[in-house]
Write a protein of this length. Structure first.
Length: 243
């Protein structure tokens, strides 16, 4: 997997040298902080659910960094005309997909990590300081990270399909928002109980996590990564036949 590590480093360095990535970090942190503050002022939930409230805001806003960081993985290669070099390079398709996937996922994790600025700031300035469990907060963040990995895999697959970054970003945004709403029970007519219990971060914060949800998310993650490898492999064979 040394080739995948090289691709991962190249993608991360290229993204972090761009001001766009830092604007995404700042904008995502600001949006999550504003929504968290609005939820607190509205009096939604209780101190028991404070970590859950924070995780819900991250969950709802994840569509932004995921769509922006995955849109450029392969669509940018096609736009810049470097996809041919990638297709003819002596690198396995699985290394290319995994390297680019982990690069996007790393940037999304950095975005989530930046949001941690809001939570300790609130607990520091609150009077009296709210009581909450650190384990509850960590459990909610782990659940968010697992779901984010699945969405990054979907974004990677869409980026291979699309020739334009804007189309890839829009499609990823719609799918992430749709699945986020569906699996929290907010889509009329859709009952997620046939697959898993609706994702409830209040339950996650209490330490109860449906194992079916984890299995379902991990299964979709593996499925879309597998499809991405096979799709890239078919594109490589098509290019070889045309040449």
């Amino acid at each position: 997997m040394s080739c995948a590590r090289i691709i991962w480093k190249r993608e991360c360095k290229a993204a972090l040298r761009s001001p766009v990535a830092w604007c995404v970090f700042a904008g995502f942190t600001a949006l999550v902080s504003l929504l968290f503050t609005a939820a607190l002022r509205a009096g939604d939930g209780s101190f028991e659910h404070l970590p859950a409230m924070f995780c819900v805001q991250i969950y709802l806003c994840l569509c932004i960094p995921i769509s922006l960081f995955t849109m450029r993985l392969f669509a940018e290669e096609k736009t810049n005309g470097t996809i041919e070099m990638l297709m003819t390079a002596p690198v396995r398709d699985v290394d290319v997909v995994m390297g680019k996937f982990f690069a996007a996922y790393t940037l999304v994790v950095l975005s989530i990590g930046a949001c941690f600025i809001a939570f300790p700031c609130y607990t520091h300035i609150a009077n009296p300081p709210p009581a909450y469990s650190q384990n509850s907060l960590y459990g909610g963040i782990i659940a968010v990270l697992i779901v984010a990995a699945m969405w990054c895999a979907i974004g990677t697959f869409i980026s291979i399909l699309s020739r334009h970054q804007s189309v890839s970003a829009a499609a990823t945004l719609v799918i992430v928002l749709s699945t986020a709403a569906a699996f929290t029970g907010n889509v009329p007519g859709f009952d997620p109980s046939g697959i898993c219990d609706a994702i409830d971060f209040a339950d996650v914060a209490r330490g109860t996590l449906d194992s079916r949800m984890i299995c379902g998310v991990v299964s979709l993650l593996i499925f879309f990564l597998f499809c991405s490898v096979r799709l890239l492999e078919s594109r490589r064979w098509c290019n070889a036949l045309h040449n």
